[in-house]
Write a protein that binds this ligand. Structure first.
Ligand code: UD1
Ligand code: CA
Length: 454
């Protein structure tokens, strides 16, 4: 099968410099959703018709299995499909999809393809209580489709029809080629209508059949930010529904955003306001507190994230205790039972089992052993303005509060670092190392006093 996706429109009502089909739904351009669905049908040719912002669209969704046809001027849906004709095969049917209709399911498209087979023309239609603006499906007394009439060209009787054209059609390609060559634009909009091929099919004795989507929202298009927001909510509701059905507890299914692929083990609980991006896996028993943002991460069995954590390209081992207000940046790998507390930032570091940094610390470019305690206010000075340098903290180390570890530096096994130390050289195994100015008290010092007001 050939699939042609129309994506040339400018989307004036989006009021945006970004081409309409690149506006994201769940973090991905809406056109990428359509292409992903198209791929599940294993098309032999996959052609995207581009126009407005063509270069940007190509760059955003270009792939080896996608071909692009350019429609320089948007002269109508029929004209758009014509631009794809040199790239598609006559031997198999052509399915027409839309880059701004992102939620159509593969199952619905399969139902349409099954109804049409290789000889018939199939139209995906729906009944709408308010069909204003859509093309109407005109049927004869026997109930067969005879044509589609656009809102602007329709008579009052035709406008009363509530069965509408979703725009999605499939038909034999050689026929399509000849029908398109006969299209005229002498209609209310001065456009070459793809929908006029239905009448041509009837004239040629090609049977026209219809199929309906499993849900009405599958065929909703996006022409404005209002509709984009509606589509986003529908899509998120569907994802939340799948998570609930798979056994995940969502404190409020209306307050979760998944912009990628979230997979969960058993007995996972997610509190409100969390955002998941990219590929995220939560193992059995994970608890995600409110308002966490988690991107490209794996969170181990039984780990608990307190509210307001930001996790990006990080791995958390089993039984972690993270947050509130923790930030794990790319390259963070935490072992089992690691505690990262409030206002602690970890970057490009491995922290091994049972180690803790509970308050106000920065651990960057570090290798931290097991059972290490990193005191409040500890900072790894990993950057000299040009180079990133590593800090190594071996097993059973205790770092006192407010320590600066000036990398490259190593703290040997079992060492203790006194509070307030600026460590610039290796701290030997099992000993107390500290750098601290001697404490003094000045006798006879008096605090300055403000002059008395007159
Ligand atoms: C079209 C259908 C109408 C249907 C409706 C469903 C026609 C003539 N009418 O109307 O029956 O009910 O969709 O939403 O087909 N596009 C191009 N190049 C063009 C024109 C359009 O790529 O020259 C793309 C647009 O970017 C858009 C899609 O095709 O994604 C539909 O175009 P639009 O102008 O919105 O069609 P409608 O008038 O809504
Ligand atoms: Ca439209």
């Amino acid at each position: 099968m050939n699939i042609v996706i129309l994506a040339a429109g400018m989307g004036k009502r989006m009021n945006s410099a970004l081409p309409k089909v690149l506006h994201p739904v769940a973090g991905q351009p809406m056109l990428a959703h359509v292409i992903a669905t198209a791929r599940t049908l294993s098309p032999t040719k996959l052609v995207v018709v581009v126009g407005h912002g063509a270069e940007q669209v190509r760059a955003a969704v270009g792939a080896s299995d996608v071909q692009f046809a350019e429609q320089a001027q948007q002269l109508g849906t029929g004209h758009a499909v014509m631009q794809a004709l040199p790239l598609i095969d006559d031997g198999q049917p052509t399915l027409v999809l839309y880059g701004d209709v992102p939620l159509t399911s593969a199952a619905t498209l399969k139902a349409l393809l099954d109804a049409a087979g290789s000889e018939r023309l199939g139209v995906l239609t729906v009944e709408m209580s308010d069909p204003t603006g859509y093309g109407r499906i005109v049927r004869n007394a026997a109930g067969s489709i005879t044509r589609i009439v656009e809102q602007k060209d329709a008579s009052d009787d035709e406008r009363a029809i509530r069965e509408i054209n979703t725009g999605i059609i499939v038909c034999p390609t050689a026929r399509l080629r000849s029908w398109l060559s006969t299209l005229r634009n002498d209609n209310a909009q001065g456009e070459y209508y793809l929908t006029d091929t239905i009448e041509r099919a009837v004239q040629d004795g090609v049977e026209v059949v219809s199929a309906q989507p499993a849900a009405l929202w599958e065929t909703l298009g996006v022409n404005s930010k209002v509709q984009l927001a509606e589509i986003e909510r529908i899509h998120q509701r569907n994802i939340a529904q799948q998570l609930l059905e798979s056994g995940v507890t969502l404190l409020d299914p209306a307050r979760i955003d998944v912009r990628g692929q979230l997979t969960c083990g058993r007995d996972v609980t997610i509190d409100v306001g969390c955002v998941f991006e990219g590929i995220v896996h939560l193992e059995d028993g994970v608890l995600v507190g409110a308002h966490c943002v988690i991107r490209h991460a794996k969170i181990g069995k039984g780990s608990r994230l307190q509210p307001f954590c930001h996790i990006d390209e990080a791995t958390i081992g089993p039984d972690g205790r993270i947050g509130p207000y923790a930030r794990l940046r790319p390259g963070t790998e935490l072992g089992e039972d690691v505690h990262i507390g409030n206002f602690v930032e970890v970057k490009n570091s491995q922290i091994s089992h049972h180690s803790k940094a509970n308050h106000l610390a920065y651990v960057g470019d570090s290798t931290v052993g097991q059972r290490v305690n990193i005191g409040a206010g500890t900072i790894t000075c990993n950057y000299d303005g040009a180079n990133k340098l590593r800090t190594v903290i071996e097993d059973d180390v205790f770092i006192g509060s407010d320590t600066q570890l000036v990398a490259p530096v190593t703290v040997r096994r079992g060492a203790t670092i006194g509070a307030g130390t600026t460590l610039t050289k290796e701290a030997p195994e099992g000993k107390l190392t500290l750098s601290r100015a001697k404490q003094m008290t000045l006798d006879g010092w008096t605090r300055p006093v403000k002059p008395a007001k007159k």
